[in-house]
Design a binder for this molecule. Structure first.
Ligand SMILES: NC(=O)C1=CN([C@@H]2O[C@H](COP(=O)(O)OP(=O)(O)OC[C@H]3O[C@@H](n4cnc5c(N)ncnc54)[C@H](O)[C@@H]3O)[C@@H](O)[C@H]2O)C=CC1
Ligand SMILES: O=C(CO)COP(=O)(O)O
Length: 330
């Protein structure tokens, strides 16, 4: 199928940056945003001054608050916070259009991965996923970026790639939707843990060890759910893990750092406008891992810290004194 008119659902930093990509070759792109002031700011001054300030946006982007306006578009990039995806899709006029899920998380109340949520709400739509190491401000500024596009079928994947890719936005195709989603969801929790290491001044050796052991947790969880290791070692897993575990540009990393510096997790969460998905993913990921007997000590530690169930010295001591495994992955 020819995909010409693209819509982006969600006017946070990432939705706005993806609209900038979709409009990159001057093609009209519709951006649904929740807040009227965000639509006004994009349509009048060409900037999303609330979520992506300082980035001049393409004039080919038109913002709307009306979900009904999406009916005319050929495919939708879905970029709401994970916990709001279901309710937004339920109100949108879907009718078998391809969806590309770009959010990272697991639905807390059901434990479902986002492609399962989308399939429940939009049963006639082919569901696809974009994931990878993609700080929104860099993508919006056309800095070189590569992502994984996981597709329901190869032909649709090629059509979507053709429509979305730019020289600065390189797209690798796969059919491993589960792997692409798990990589993006799990790395957010691990980025919080790396922020804790940074804020606790534990050093770069400790951070590298945490990235490696965190990846082992991602791989154990992913493989148990049918993900492929090649996906988890690619953009959507390891690539994104490295990005967000090494930079204060990551909201998740910064959250962990602030907790280690003595701020209360609950206070930090209640104060924020932007989303740190790892805080919502940690409890549900831990719950699923516990139910399925998947060993995820770093995820468990993050969940306990966020819920203020254990103190920072307690979780660090528990991680430090775990008996070493015979092999690294199992
Ligand atoms: N910012 C980034 O660099 C990247 C973000 N992502 C993912 O994209 C998703 C969206 O994140 P951002 O665009 O960064 O958001 P953001 O943190 O910049 O903004 C928050 C967004 O939440 C929306 N929101 C708040 N309450 C809502 C509700 N009740 N219903 C629907 N929407 C509501 C706001 O309208 C706004 O669009 C997340 O899953 C995130 O993990 C993925 C890759 C990169
Ligand atoms: O997912 C991201 C980059 O790939 C953005 O990470 P944060 O949500 O931690 O800022």
């Amino acid at each position: 199928m020819t995909i010409e008119r693209l819509a982006v659902i969600g006017g946070g930093a990432w939705g706005t940056a993806l609209a900038q990509v979709a409009a990159g070759s001057g093609r009209e792109t519709l951006l649904w945003v929740l807040e009227t002031e965000v639509a006004d700011s994009i349509n009048t001054i060409g900037e999303n001054s609330l979520y992506l300030p300082g980035v001049p946006l393409s004039p080919a982007i038109r913002a709307t608050n009306d979900l009904g306006a999406l009916a005319d578009c050929d495919a939708w990039l879905v970029v709401t916070p994970a916990q709001h995806m279901r309710s937004v899709l339920e109100q949108a006029p879907h009718s078998g259009k391809p969806l590309v899920l770009c959010s990272k998380g697991i639905e807390n109340k059901t434990g479902l991965m986002l492609h399962h949520v989308a399939a429940e709400v939009c049963p006639d739509s082919p569901i696809n996923v974009i994931s990878g190491p993609t700080f929104a401000h860099e993508v919006a500024a056309a800095k070189p970026t590569a992502v994984t596009l996981a597709c329901a079928n190869w032909e649709l994947g090629e059509d979507l790639r053709e429509r979305i890719a730019l020289p600065s936005f390189r797209i690798y195709l796969t059919d491993d939707i589960t792997g692409a989603e798990i990589g993006g969801a799990v790395k957010n929790v691990l980025a919080i843990a790396c922020g804790v290491v940074e804020g606790s001044n534990l050093g770069q050796n400790a951070r590298a060890a945490l990235i490696a052991r965190g990846f082992a947790e991602m791989a154990r969880f992913g493989l148990a759910h049918g993900a492929r290791l090649e996906t988890l070692t690619g953009m959507a897993g390891l690539g994104d893990l490295v990005l967000t575990c090494t930079s204060t540009s990551s909201r998740n990393f910064s959250l962990g750092k602030a907790i280690a510096e003595g701020r209360s997790a609950k206070e930090l969460m209640s104060d924020r406008r932007t989303v740190a998905e790892g805080a919502f993913t940690a409890p549900v990921l831990r719950r699923i891992a516990d139910e399925q007997g998947i060993d995820m000590p770093i995820v468990t530690a993050v969940d306990d810290l966020l819920a203020e169930r254990r103190s920072l010295p307690e979780v660090l001591e528990a991680l430090r004194t775990r008996p070493p495994r015979r092999t690294e992955l199992h």
